[in-house]
Ligand binder design. Structure first.
Ligand SMILES: C[S@@+](CC[C@H](N)C(=O)[O-])C[C@H]1O[C@@H](n2cnc3c(N)ncnc32)[C@H](O)[C@@H]1O
Length: 316
């Protein structure tokens, strides 16, 4: 056992606001079994101190709030010279900024929590679906983890935006890649079924224009280990019904999402706990044959948004 100091990145504050210490701790405890976590402050720097096996270093580096790791001796800190080993340049996830983008660190946390809920990859290539994928933050993060990613987005304009930013970052970082576009089914004016494929670094993603409710029809030949999404929760993220409460769409989608999951798979959702309330969201999934894990990561983003995270596994 080694004493390790885990430096908390200032980015955690932009992701989790004033609750960042608590949320960081929740993520850490979900991903690793650690008995004692102590918060240490040195000037403006903040660290969690914990005992750690050598084997646990890599998962620590992938936590959403981590800036760096140190081994400690008394008060002295010695930087550990290791990287998280993600594929693709950071810019593919962090580079493009747009209205409605999910915080990149929160998205990373959703994947980490999902991976822990399914017991890791066990050496297998995993598949992830984001049924409300916007401009593909989750999908690109998944690719960085080496996970094959699929997404559905109702807004047809997303395809052009995603294409543009992929081309940009591929060019700037000289990233070898392939982009392909087409239609699932017949081309049509509404662009329903239009898809964009991106592959690079031995992994790939596909975004399809469509409705999250039809996820199992859109990807009828595929099953997923993880379904990860940031549900619509602001005025700029209308659902297809133009209502601010996504529960109707969710309720209509539960069966389709269950059909998309591999046995043992998990669903991880970020949502505004004012609409829908955590209990209502859980009830909706319970009625569809899921159970919620104990994990939560509530943090206030604004007067009208307290974002939380819930994880579901199939119960029957
Ligand atoms: C919170 S945003 C997700 C943002 C995304 N994670 C990103 O960083 O770009 C929710 C997305 O859900 C989409 N959406 C809402 N209802 C949908 C539906 N029924 N089917 C597919 N997409 C939907 C919205 O258009 C919006 O892009």
């Amino acid at each position: 056992m080694k004493k390790i100091a885990v430096q908390i990145s200032p980015e955690a504050k932009s992701a989790y606001f004033k609750d960042y210490i608590q949320v960081a701790k929740q993520e850490l405890q979900q991903v690793m079994t650690v008995s004692d976590i102590e918060l240490r402050q040195t000037g403006a720097l903040e660290f969690f101190e914990l005992d750690c096996e050598q084997a646990d270093i890599s998962p620590l580096l992938r936590l959403s709030f981590v800036q760096g790791l140190y081994s400690t001796e008394g008060k002295a800190l010695f930087p550990i010279d290791k990287l998280a080993g993600f594929r693709l340049h950071d810019d593919f996830v962090f580079g493009s900024k747009y209205r409605g983008k999910t915080n990149e660190r929160l998205t990373q946390m959703l994947i980490n929590v999902g991976l822990s809920a399914i017991g890791g990859d066990k050496g297998k290539r995993l598949k992830l679906l984001d049924p409300m994928c916007g401009r593909a933050t989750t999908l690109l993060w998944a690719m960085r983890y080496g996970i094959t990613a699929r997404g559905i987005e109702q807004d047809a304009k997303a395809i052009a935006d995603i294409r543009q930013s992929l081309k940009k970052w591929s060019k700037i970082h000289r990233q070898k890649h392939k982009v392909m576009e087409g239609f699932i089914g017949k081309p049509n004016k509404r662009a329903a079924g239009k898809f964009l494929d991106f592959s690079a670094e031995d992994t790939s993603m596909r975004v399809v224009v469509g409705n999250a409710r039809e996820a199992d029809k859109i990807f009828k030949k595929e099953k997923f280990d993880l379904l990860v999404s940031d549900l619509p929760y602001g005025v700029q993220h209308f659902t297809t019904d133009k209502t601010r409460n996504p529960i109707a769409v969710i309720s209509d989608s539960v069966a389709a999402w269950k059909n998309c999951l591999k046995s043992g798979g998990a669903i991880v959702l970020a949502f505004n706990s004012y609409i829908p309330k955590r209990s209502v969201l859980i009830q909706t999934f319970e009625q569809g044959g899921f159970e919620a894990l104990a994990f939560s990561a509530a943090h206030r983003m604004s007067e009208s948004i307290v974002r939380d995270v819930v994880v579901f596994k199939v119960s029957h």
